[in-house]
Design a protein around this ligand. Structure first.
Ligand code: UD1
Length: 346
């Protein structure tokens, strides 16, 4: 058994897939999650896949005393992966203080507690949102591309979080960090035991698309076909969630085995391929044989026209590469949607 890891937000979408990969790699996982955007049944899915039920504490990490008690009750945690955060761009515009409080206080609490408990490293979930709309010469985007002013409070929290980590470590905090900037994580575990479970009407493309394909939603709205892209719809880099999860295991190994080249390292996690919304719908239809009723509507406020990753640094330095094809990834999302129907959840 490798060391013990705290996965903050471990019952969420990316957190649950990462917990599976950590356990498969021999780590012992303790999850802290307040279940504000996930359910306790996720633990059953993780256990079915790995044969191991992770430790679980239901706690809002804004509660620093509660977090301290949780760490006291689980001695020996060596690393933290921080997923716990609010992540709906639109909601963040409506409720900025919720986002600033949730996403910033949680990080500060954990950073303050790490030295008390001898925790050596923290992997932080960041986002390509920090690049805003990169200038054309910066596409595909590398980690050295300029950070653009955030277009939403959510995006701003990711930028501020990155700065908080850098400043804290620069000031001599006794731990390391790896910041992972995700592009657009999609898909589900191939077992269909875990996947994305949005609350209410999905804001993100894939859950809306699979809910439309299965008949929960009437039709998918494509937000704009008048962008300066080959087919006019927005371009993103859709990365398989299991591939993404595996990068966290590599990042954790790297910090705990003292292989980091710098106390704070930053990596883009994407495939390197830009795919438009319309291409993605077509690929889904071809991969599953299921039609997705859709219509073109106006642009969504705040949307980025096109962004995709240059993942070379992660490829070379971490030895990590996205492996799954888009078609397989979309099939996994579809299988998960069908599983939800079997369970009567959606
Ligand atoms: C956004 C954030 C990202 C965040 C993610 C999580 C930005 C620039 N990006 O990603 O940082 O991590 O949300 O919530 O802030 N689309 C449709 N119809 C739909 C839904 C989406 O056409 O019903 C299109 C969008 O216009 C976009 C693409 O699908 O081009 C992907 O959208 P979405 O899944 O919401 O992710 P992002 O906006 O890229």
């Amino acid at each position: 058994m490798k060391q013990k890891i705290l996965v903050a937000g471990g019952t969420g979408y990316i957190g649950s897939h990462t917990t599976v990969e950590l356990q498969n790699a021999g780590y012992e996982v303790v999850i802290i999650d307040d279940l504000s955007n996930s359910t306790i049944e996720v633990l059953d899915g993780i256990e079915k896949i790995t044969g191991v039920r992770p430790g679980f504490i239901q706690l809002d990490l804004k509660d620093k005393e509660g977090a301290r008690k949780a760490l006291q009750a689980n001695p020996g945690i060596k690393g933290i992966i921080l997923f716990a955060a609010s992540k709906a761009v639109g909601e963040s515009v409506q409720q900025p203080l919720k986002y600033y409080r949730n996403n910033i206080v949680t990080l500060i609490n954990l950073l303050e507690l790490m030295p008390e408990f001898g925790i050596e490293g923290i992997v932080f979930s960041s986002s390509c949102t920090v690049y805003g709309q990169p200038d054309p010469e910066n596409l595909p985007v590398t980690e050295d591309a300029p950070i653009k002013p955030a277009t939403s409070p959510y995006g701003n929290t990711k930028q501020i979080n990155e700065e908080i980590i850098r400043d804290t470590i620069h000031a001599g905090a006794p731990f390391k960090s790896i910041i992972l900037r995700y592009f657009n994580p999609i898909g589900a575990h191939p077992s269909a035991e875990i996947g994305e479970l949005p609350n209410g009407v999905p804001q993100n493309l894939i859950p809306y698309l699979t809910q439309t394909a299965i008949g929960i939603r009437k039709e998918l709205s494509v937000f704009g076909d008048d962008y300066d892209t080959p087919d006019g719809s927005c371009i993103r880099d859709y990365i398989n969630v299991v591939d993404l999860a595996k990068a966290h295991v590599i990042a954790m190994d790297r910090m705990l085995e003292d292989k980091s080249e710098k106390p704070v390292e930053i990596f883009n996690l994407g495939t390197g391929n830009g795919v438009s919304v319309l291409e993605l719908i077509r690929t889904f239809e071809e991969a599953t044989g299921v039609k997705v009723p859709h219509k073109i509507v106006g642009r969504r406020e705040g949307d980025i026209e096109q962004v995709w990753a240059n993942p070379e640094r992660a490829n070379k330095v971490l030895g990590w590469k996205a492996k799954e094809t888009l078609a397989d990834t979309l099939r996994s999302a579809w299988n998960w949607q069908k599983r939800l129907r079997e369970k009567g959840i959606q």
